[in-house]
Design a protein around this ligand. Structure first.
Ligand SMILES: Cc1cc2nc3c(=O)[nH]c(=O)nc-3n(C[C@H](O)[C@H](O)[C@H](O)COP(=O)(O)O)c2cc1C
Length: 309
């Protein structure tokens, strides 16, 4: 038996496997494939204060070793989430991490305040500070307005929930942004969101995405995500990190654990294999058994560096 229990501050997860926001439906879409109770947690698709239609189609396309998406945070808004989604997860005792995005700092604060009323049913908040596909509240607005501190402070003021700040290289230097996020009151980090990219249809000469560019995800960004998780954990060893970025197999999951990740969010892989989360969980257990690892913590942050001569 391997003990996969993962503790993050006051939080306790039965294993480190979770799903990346926006890649696992919004409620029970994957329930035919995955018993959600086997996951460490579910991270919900970003919710905004008001419903959003998202961007015009086409808004996804395949790329070598990944995909581009420009969904634009389509969701039914806060009210639907508290009336329909929270009860679903609460009834089944599935740890729920709620991902939020505001169109302004003020909206982030309102979302945090409203959700704080349901804190018994929520494990943590994840702040989407790095969406590449929207204008107000998107990654560019946050970078150019230098809004990281203000946004996190607005949320911190309204909630006692554990806060993960979700970052990407699009915000600027990731280590500096991470330090700023922690100083402003975030408890943990989520690394990394998608990185902006583009694809062109050569017959029509139109961009493959209606809005021109979108966020690149999948194995194509895995080495970048791995590097950031490693470097941030080296610099901020006490800060917990949810890793996302192309985690597709159990071997990828082990790599991220060795780099120091606390939770592993499976994203684009769910579209290829809807059972990816459970396959990764099984592979992880077998790896631990084979290597006589009794507790998952024994692998975490265990990178062996090459000796220099
Ligand atoms: C179709 C799609 C929708 C996404 N929607 C969201 C979202 O609503 N909020 C968010 O924080 N991240 C969103 N993401 C980013 C993922 O949560 C994840 O951070 C990113 O895709 C990297 O992980 P992956 O390579 O395993 O997919 C989305 C990604 C994809 C592919």
């Amino acid at each position: 038996m391997v003990d996969l229990t993962t503790r993050i501050g006051p939080l306790r997860f039965k294993n480190p496997i979770t799903v990346a926001s926006g890649t696992f439906g919004v409620k029970d879409e994957y329930a035919d494939y995955v018993d959600y109770r086997k996951l460490g947690a579910v991270i919900a698709k970003t919710i905004t204060l008001h419903p959003r239609k998202g961007n015009p189609m086409p808004r996804i396309c395949e790329t070598p070793a990944g995909m581009l998406n420009a969904i634009g945070l389509q969701n039914k808004g806060l009210r639907d989430f508290v009336e329909d989604k929270i009860p679903y997860f609460r009834k089944r005792k599935i740890p729920l991490i709620v991902n939020i995005a505001g169109e302004s700092t003020k909206e982030f604060g309102i979302l945090a305040k409203e959700l704080d009323r349901y804190k018994k049913s929520i494990a943590a908040l994840e702040l989407n500070l790095s969406c590449p596909n929207i204008e107000a509240g998107g990654v560019r607005a946050i970078r150019e307005g230098r809004l990281i501190t203000k946004t996190i402070e607005a949320v911190r003021k309204e909630t006692q929930l554990f806060i993960f700040a979700k970052l990407s290289p699009e915000l600027g230097d990731v280590l500096e942004t991470a330090k700023e996020a922690i100083r402003a009151g975030a408890d943990g980090l989520s690394l990394i969101n998608t990185i902006r990219g583009m694809a062109i249809h050569i017959e029509s000469r139109k961009p493959r995405l209606a809005v021109g560019t979108g966020g690149l995800s999948g194995p194509a960004i895995r080495p970048i995500a791995l590097r950031y998780v490693y470097e941030i954990k080296q610099a901020l060893p006490r800060v917990s990190v949810i890793a996302s970025g192309g985690i597709t197999t159990w071997q990828d999951a082990v790599e991220f654990l060795i780099a120091g990740a606390d939770l592993l969010a499976i994203g684009t892989a769910n579209f290829v294999n809807p059972r990816a989360t459970l396959d990764i969980l099984e592979g992880l257990k077998e790896y631990c058994l084979k290597h006589h690892i009794k507790r998952i913590g024994e692998i975490r942050g265990s990178l062996v560096t090459h000796r220099r001569s």
